[in-house]
Every structure is written in C-alpha cells, then in structure tokens.
Design a protein around this ligand. Structure first.
Ligand SMILES: [Ca+2]
Ligand SMILES: [Ca+2]
Length: 513
C-alpha cells in the first residue's frame, strides 16, 4: 500500500453527511494533491454535524495500559501476580486470552491500534518513527469519535508522545500526562542502567500520576453531560519503568517469597542470529545477574502492577457510582508484553510470546457475555472496527481489520483470523490457536508449538513435517517489497523539526569556529 493511501481514504471515510458527500467528489478530483486533501479533511471535520448522532449512543471507557504483560491473576503469566480489580473489570465482558499487540513497542503499537493501520502500511515500526506526523491526516479512533458527536476526552498516555493531542481536532479535552513523583533515574537498584530501575519510594499513592489520572477520569464520568455520548480515554503509565511505587506495594510481595520466571538455560541455542540480536543477552540480563537484581526486579514489577490494579479498582468504583454505569462499553488493553529474563531478555522489543501477548478485554453491555473468555488469536487491528460496530459509527474505508463482535456474542464462534506482530520492517510473528511462527527480514525462522511447548523453548522451524504450518502462517505476512520503509527521517513535522535543529547547530558551530 502506498504511504499516502490511508490519508486519502481517511478523507473519504469522514464524509458522513450530504455536505461531506459534495466535498468528497471535490476531494477525489484533487486527490493527487495531499495538501488540498489535508486541508479539505480539516474542513470536513470542522463542519461535521457534531451532536447530530449523539443521543442513544453508548459511552466508551477506553483504558490503555503501558507495559503490562500477562502478569495478571486472570491470565496467570506469573503465579504471584495479584490483580483482583483488573480481574473484576475483564469479568464484566469477554477476556481475550490469546490477544497480541501489532508491534512490541509503545509508539508503533499505539499508532496501529489508534489508526487501524499496520506498521508495514504506515512505516511506523519503532519508538523513533514520527507517528504524529505520519498520522496527522488519518482518521484515528479519537478523531472519528469526536467528528461523530462524541464528547472525546483523553488523559495520560494514549499515543506515544504528545504531538497531536493538543490539537482541537483530535480531542475535545486533552488533559496530558499527570505529574508524578520523581521519575528521573535514581539508581535505586544499583545497576546504573537509566530508567531500568526499581525500588520503594517514600510517597503516597495519591502522589502518583496514575492516581491523579484516575481522579480526573472519575470526575468526568460523574460530571460530563449525560445528553452527549462520552468517549473517555484513560492512559495509565505504570507499570512502565522505572518501577518506583510506595513501599506498601512492595510489602505485598515479600522478597524472600518471590518466584523467578521459569527459564531454560540454553534457550537461545536454537534461536537464529536475528532473534539473538533482539534478545541482547549481554545487555540488561547480564547486568541484572551481575547486580543480583532478578528477584528484586520481579518483585518491583509485581508491586507496580499492584499499584495499577488499585487505580483500576478506583476507576471501576467511579464508573459504578456514575450515571453511566449501565451503558458504557469498556475497552481494556495493554500496549504490549514484557520479558523479565525469559530468553535472557528484558523489556519488550522482541517477537516471542512474553513480548507480544497482552491483557485485553471488551465489556459491551447487552452484547458480550460477562465472565466469558475467548481463546481466538486476535490483535490490535481488530479494535477499531469492533468499536465502530459496537457504537454504530461508520467503519472508515482505511480500516480493514475484522470486528470482534461475533466473538463477543459467542467466544467459541468460528474465527479465521490470526494475530500478527511486527518488530521492524520485515520481522514478524504470527500466532494462531496452536502455533507461533516468526520470520525475520533475513529469512530465518522460528516455530513453536504451544500445545506442547507454552514456554517456546524448542524451535521447530528446521524440523521435517512443519512446512505446511510455516507456509500457511507465512502466507498471512506481506512480502518485503510491499512493506513501507520506516518513516524515520521521512517528510514529517517531527523529521523536519529535527533537520532544522541540526542545521541550526551546524551553523552555530561554524560561527563559533
Ligand atoms: Ca509500552
Ligand atoms: Ca530455545
């Protein structure tokens, strides 16, 4: 797909009334000029009849969480994880237990979910790619809800970086990140590894940004006008590093009781070079071992998740005490998974189960059965179309993913979809009900059979008799030539800003010399 295609189709999908239809033919005539189309798109959004669709629409509570893997009680990713409130939330609807991000890093995962476009369609593959510039004319989820008459409010971390959030065509109110206690590197764990740090801090829960964000959200649930449907996006920052939370959360997980993840000593022996480069065993893992901080790291992650869980509990109470309790769709998602030493890897940035599996659930009163679990392989390209179907909003033309509504109605319904996760151009993982197939951009492969090997210890890609599986799963991936190149340095506001700064620096240097 050409890089600008989504932008043009975004223009077409914003055309929901007769005025817009007239403008559409105008847009199509000028579709060769991105400038005209972009300007027109802005006009279309401005003149959309806000509130016209309003009245009977359900409200949407859209909850994003940063860096939470499957260490929740209900997913059982770690036996000591204790998340009664998250469990309560997902039990109100359908918990998707085989759900995966579209990319294992904050920026590309969020950009894909919010736009409905995969990394290989936009060129947003890494945290360094300028998503705000690339998506500036794309009808993202929040813009679609806003243009459709929803009171669209956002706070915390929804996208990665705040480039577009302050614009008046993206949110009715953008609250930004909430200030928290010290987040700069304190080196509490002694590893001298930037924000890869953890430890108890002497602060009250109420000093934490996520606590303030929760208060902000509860206030809007209570006071936002009931005559207008609400799209409330709440972006929690924890359990992102650094894992600094008040001591009371650490006390919930005594250090001498902590269990380490179960790992295989020589797990990387059958992983191709490209995978080992992602694992970087000589980096974080070597430092953790050298500093004897593995157990402390696990404790700190569990403690930080527990802090998050308390905030989720407060938010649910706020929803239940509000006039919106009965008619609110909840979309709960974490932006990717996290390794804590499995395959000698820490953080996300890889294509194995720990990095791609997420916590995701959809509560849809009257549609989804409470307490249901769905094991179908799904990913974040499915969220945008699901939200459109649940709220009756038109599905934008550029949004090609399948809606999850059939699975919300019947979690065991037939499902042909697979989950795809992309980490850099040409590197992908595909997950179906049984298998994980990884293909790197040098052609090397991994294949794991989850029926027998849930820890992904044994790479079967070179075995006899698996070619059918590899071919079938590989067929869902794009050819390299069809993947958009990374947008880093591409024509975008961020890149232009960077280039201008560089030029200025050079000039200054020359002047000084
Ligand atoms: Ca993240
Ligand atoms: Ca292995």
């Amino acid at each position: 797909m050409a890089r600008h295609t989504p932008i043009h189709t975004a223009v077409r999908c914003a055309t929901q009334d007769s005025f817009s239809r007239a403008m559409k033919s105008f847009a199509l005539r000028f579709s060769g000029s991105p400038w005209v189309v972009a300007a027109l798109f802005a006009v279309t959004l401005t003149l959309a009849p806000r509130g016209a669709i309003a009245a009977e629409k359900p409200d949407v509570l859209f909850i994003a969480v940063d860096d939470l893997n499957d260490w929740t009680s209900y997913l059982g990713g770690h036996p000591q994880a204790r998340t009664p409130n998250i469990d309560k939330l997902v039990a109100r609807g359908v918990a998707f237990t085989n759900s995966h991000c579209a990319a294992p890093a904050c920026n590309p995962s969020r950009a894909a979910l919010m736009s409905g476009l995969r990394p290989w369609q936009t060129g947003i593959y890494t945290n360094g790619d300028p998503a705000q510039g690339v998506l500036k004319d794309v009808l993202t989820i929040n813009r679609h809800f806003m243009a459709s008459g929803y009171n669209t409010l956002g706070g915390g971390k929804i996208y990665h970086g705040g480039g577009s959030e302050g614009r008046d065509d993206t949110w009715n109110e953008w609250a930004g990140l909430f200030p928290t206690v010290k987040e700069q590197e304190e080196n509490l764990n002694g590893l001298k590894n930037g924000h890869f740090d953890w430890g108890a801090i002497s602060a009250k829960p109420a000093d934490m940004g996520d606590y303030k964000l929760t208060d902000w959200a509860i206030n809007h649930l209570k006071t936002a006008p009931v005559g207008k449907p609400l799209f409330l996006a709440v972006g929690y920052v924890k359990p992102h590093l650094p894992w600094y939370v008040p001591a009371e959360y650490f006390e919930r997980f005594p250090l001498d009781s902590i269990k380490l993840p179960i790992v295989k000593e020589d797990d990387l022996a059958d992983v191709p070079e490209a995978g080992i480069k992602m694992a970087k065993p000589e980096s974080d893992h070597a430092k953790v071992l050298k500093g004897d901080q593995w157990r402390q790291g696990v404790q700190a992650y569990l403690a930080t998740i527990s802090f998050l869980d308390d905030q989720v509990g407060r938010l649910l109470e706020g929803l239940d005490a509000s006039p919106r309790k009965e008619n609110t769709i909840i979309v709960w998602w974490t932006d990717h998974g996290w390794h804590l030493g499995e395959k000698q890897h820490w953080r996300k940035f890889a294509l194995w189960e720990e990095a791609t599996r997420t916590s995701m659930a959809i509560v849809a009163p009257g549609v989804a059965n409470a307490g249901a679990r769905c094991e179908a392989p799904v990913d974040y390209i499915n969220i945008y179309p699901t939200l459109c179907e649940l709220t009756g909003l038109a599905k934008p033309e550029h949004v090609k993913g399948a809606s999850l509504v059939p699975l919300l109605k019947d979690p065991s319904a037939k499902w042909d979809g697979v989950a795809i996760c992309t980490h850099g151009r040409g590197n992908h993982a595909v997950r179906d009900a049984q298998w994980r197939y990884i293909r790197y951009n040098d052609g090397s492969e991994e294949l794991y059979d989850h029926a027998k090997d849930p820890n992904e210890w044994t790479n079967l890609a070179g075995e006899v008799g698996v070619s059918e599986v590899k071919t079938r799963l590989g067929a869902t991936l794009p050819a390299m030539k069809d993947e958009v190149t990374a947008t880093q340095g591409a024509d975008s506001e961020a890149a232009r800003g960077k280039a201008a700064k560089k030029k200025q620096k050079q000039k200054k240097k020359q002047a000084e010399e």
